[in-house]
Design a protein around this ligand. Sequence first.
Ligand code: CTP
Length: 401
Amino acid sequence: MLLGKKIILGISGSIAAYKSASLTRLLIKAGAEVQVLMTPSAQDFITPLTLSTLSKKAVFTEVSSESAWNNHVELGLWADAMVIAPATATTLAKLANGLCDNILAAAYLSARCPVFFAPAMDLDMWHHPATRSNVSRLQGYGNHLIPVGVGELASGLSGEGRMAEPEAIVAHLEQFFDQSKDLSGKKILLTAGPTYEPIDPVRFIGNRSSGKMGVALADAAARRGAIVTLILGPSKLSPAEQNVQVIRVETAQEMHDAALQAFATADAAILAAAVADYRPKTVATEKIKKKGEELQLDLIKNPDIAAELGQLKKTGQLLIGFALETNDEESNAQGKLERKNFDFIVLNSLRDAGAGFNHDTNKISILFKNNKRRDFELKSKNAVADDILQAMIDLFKYNNS
Ligand code: CTP
């Protein structure tokens, strides 16, 4: 619900800006506190006076005026959500690139709250590859797209590009805040990132995992109220949510020890880490010197964290795994689902463009125990994280029914 929620409404210059007046009114009616920010060109379409009357607050149109500096940093911290409606092609391009030449962009860059954007433009602008890429970049940063409508456009053309109706925008926000605490009190354990298996003091065996998917899952679970422990292999990333407990590890053995300990009290574990299956049998204490034409490294098996947790799993606990496959995707994933006693497994194929290591997007299928399969579209890793958590929540509900 929106009662008491603090919302920044950012308006950029589009004919759809006239709808921002009824959006402001609906938000106020729903009990929200609304701070309107306008770009200079938005004022060509609607006046600050109209919006300040409706929002019962002064509207900010500049970072600073002659007498005052409108503190966008404070605004960014104040808000529970920021909604940019209408978001024009120019504003999307600025935000996607971190350009900051107006109060809306400054507040966006300072915002720590979820950000929603409702684009408005002509259909060709909407379909242009530059716009597509700006939209997916913004989603990749964790912002939420409020889908455009289809219909008659200001240009006289008809098609995709209309700003969502104010009622639809409010419904989107309400749904977000309603579902946002549906993991309240649940303890979720996550493994993420690669592992590094030392060869000598300077070298290791590693892999290309960035940790993005696991960190997105940790943030999404924390946003939904979960108590999250993230066991993170060597990754440059950190969760954005302050209340995620991060345990940084290097090796599979360290990840194993931390995971076993945390699993004892967890309601669910999601294993997104790319764990090295083998490690060097011995670790040289000095740097290995270059000798002969060949070098033999003896490897021994690492513990299979997932399989061990699968054995330890108690009634009521959920165990969710990942499979990143290059071939025979379904049968490989199905095999892992059974061997490791997962409740479901998230399959991504390296054959899908935009899926896998280091991308901001992912394309997944979920395979369940009863041979059921759900395929999802290519989405930002944040949106994928919410799909995975939703499948987990549905299972929690099913097990308790
Ligand atoms: N996993 C794990 N510990 C390991 C290996 C894998 O916890 N030592 C988990 C991964 O985090 C993932 C799932 O098991 O959730 C499948 O990982 P994958 O590497 O695909 O499985 P393997 O059993 O190592 O299979 P493969 O033969 O394809 O390497």
